[in-house]
Design a protein around this ligand. Sequence first.
Ligand SMILES: NC(=O)c1ccc[n+]([C@@H]2O[C@H](COP(=O)([O-])OP(=O)(O)OC[C@H]3O[C@@H](n4cnc5c(N)ncnc54)[C@H](OP(=O)(O)O)[C@@H]3O)[C@@H](O)[C@H]2O)c1
Length: 485
Amino acid sequence: MTAAEQATANIGVVGLAVMGSNLARNLASREGNTVAIYNRSYSKTETLLTEHPEAGFVPASTYEEFAASLSTPRTAIIMVQAGKGTDAVIDALTEAFEPGDIIVDGGNALFTDTIRREKAVRETGINFVGAGISGGEEGALLGPSIMPGGSAEAWQTLGPILKSIAAIAEGEPCVTHVGTDGAGHFVKMIHNGIEYADMQLIAEAYDLIRQGTGATPAEIADIFAEWNKGELESYLIEITAEVLRQVDAKTDKPLVDVILDQAGSKGTGVWTVQTALDLGVPVSGIAEAVFARAVSSKPAQRAASSALPGPSEIPVVADKAAFIEDVRQAVYASKIIAYSQGFDAIVAGAEEYNWDIKKGEIAKIWRGGCIIRARFLNRITEAYAENPGLVALVAAPYFTEAIGGTQDSWRRVVGDAAAAGIPTPAFSSSLAYYDSLRAPRLPAALVQGQRDFFGAHTYKRVDMDGTFHTLWSGDRTEIEATDSH
Ligand SMILES: NC(=O)c1ccc[n+]([C@@H]2O[C@H](COP(=O)([O-])OP(=O)(O)OC[C@H]3O[C@@H](n4cnc5c(N)ncnc54)[C@H](OP(=O)(O)O)[C@@H]3O)[C@@H](O)[C@H]2O)c1
C-alpha cells in the first residue's frame, strides 16, 4: 500500500498518558474525525486500542508510520511531558512531516520555549502551534478550554478541529486563536496563575471560618455549596465543597484533616510570577498564593518557628453568620483583584511580545472546560467589550461597584485575621494592592528620596518638569540632573 492509501486519519495524537489518551478519545468521538495515535513505548498504544475499540484509532509504532497514516496537511497534537520530551517529539515529527503540515504542542510549555520552537519549526515550512489546554483529565476527555497560539494559516485548519472538542459555554466553544507563536501558552500560564490565587483564597476562607466559628469541614462544605449559588459560582468552589465533605475511610475523620498540609506545584504559578516580575506587573495575589504553597512545604522552618508568640488575646466571633458573610465578600473582592492582575499581565505580555490578544475573548473561553471557570467571567468579557483599552480591570464600572460593596467586610476580615494570628496572605495582599491603586499619594516619593540619597538615582517633582538630584553629601541644594531612573 502507498503512503497516500494508508493516510486514513485527519488528526493525530502523540503521547498517550492520561491527557493524550483522553484527548484522542475526545477527538475520535466527534463526527468526521479519524485519529492516528503514537506513543514512545508501544504498550500505551496497545492499551488504548484494547480498551477503546469504539474509537477506531489508527495506531502507529514509528513516527514514519504515524506520518503516513495522516492525510495532508498532517495535523498532530503532542501531549507529552513538557520540556525535553516535547523537544524530542518535535524533532522526530519535523523529520517525518512535510512543509504545510501542523504540529501542535498541547502540553504545559513555558511560552518562551514555544516562541523558540515556533521559530525553529517555521524554518522547515511546517506550522507549529503552542496550545494551552486546561481542564485536567476530565476536560481533555469531555471538553477542555483551549488556548492556541501560532499562525493564522495553521488556525484555518486547526480551528474547526479544536472547536469540535472544546467545552461549550453558553453555546460557544471555549477556544479562540489567542495570538501568534507563544501567545497561547502565555495565556494558559496566566490562567494557571489565577488558578493558584483562586485556590488560595478559598483555602484562606475555609481556614478563617473553621478557626473563627468552629464549623466542621462538612458544615463548611454546606457553606461553600451555598456560595456556589451566587456570584462566587465556580468549578473551584464546587469541588472544594466535595473535598471538604469527603470522609477518610481509614480513620473516619474528614479527609482534609488527614492530608499532609504541604501544598505541591508543577511550576506554572512560579512562571507566572517570574514573568510578571520581568514585565513589571504586580500580580501580588498570585505571588502570595505561590509563596503560601512554598511556606507550607518547609517543614523544618515551620517546626523551628512553631513556638513563636502569637496574639495575647484571640478575638471571639460574636455573630457567626455575619462573619461568614464577611469572609464571602472578602473572597469575592480578592478574586476580582486576582483576575484583574492576571489580565494586566496579559495586557503587558501582549505589548511586550506583539500579540493582538482580545481580552474579552480570553474571558469567554475560560467560561467552560477550564479550572477557573466561573460565573463572573461574563462580566470581564463585558468590561473589555465596553472599553477595549481598559487599563485596569478593577477600574471597570461593574468591578468598581462590585468591589466597592465588599469594602467593610473585606477590611474587617483582614483585620480580624491579623488580630487572631490567622495567616491570610492572599486576602491581605489583595487589599494592600487595592489600597495602593486608589491612594492619591504613595510613599514611593520617600523611596525616590532614599534612592537619590544613596545612589544619586534622581527624582521628578510634582510641580515642574525635569529630573532633579539633591547634593546630599554637599550643601544639599537641588540641581537639575539627567534622568537615571
Ligand atoms: N495532567 C493534567 O491534568 C494536565 C493538564 C493540562 C496539561 N497537562 C500537560 O499535558 C502534557 C501531558 O500530560 P500527562 O499527565 O498526560 O503526561 P506526562 O506524565 O506529563 O508525560 C508522559 C508522556 O510523555 C511521553 N514522553 C516523555 N518523554 C518522552 C520523549 N522523550 N519522547 C517521547 N515521548 C515522551 C511518555 O511516553 P512513554 O509512555 O513512552 O513514557 C508519556 O506518553 C504535559 O505537558 C502536561 O503538563 C497536563
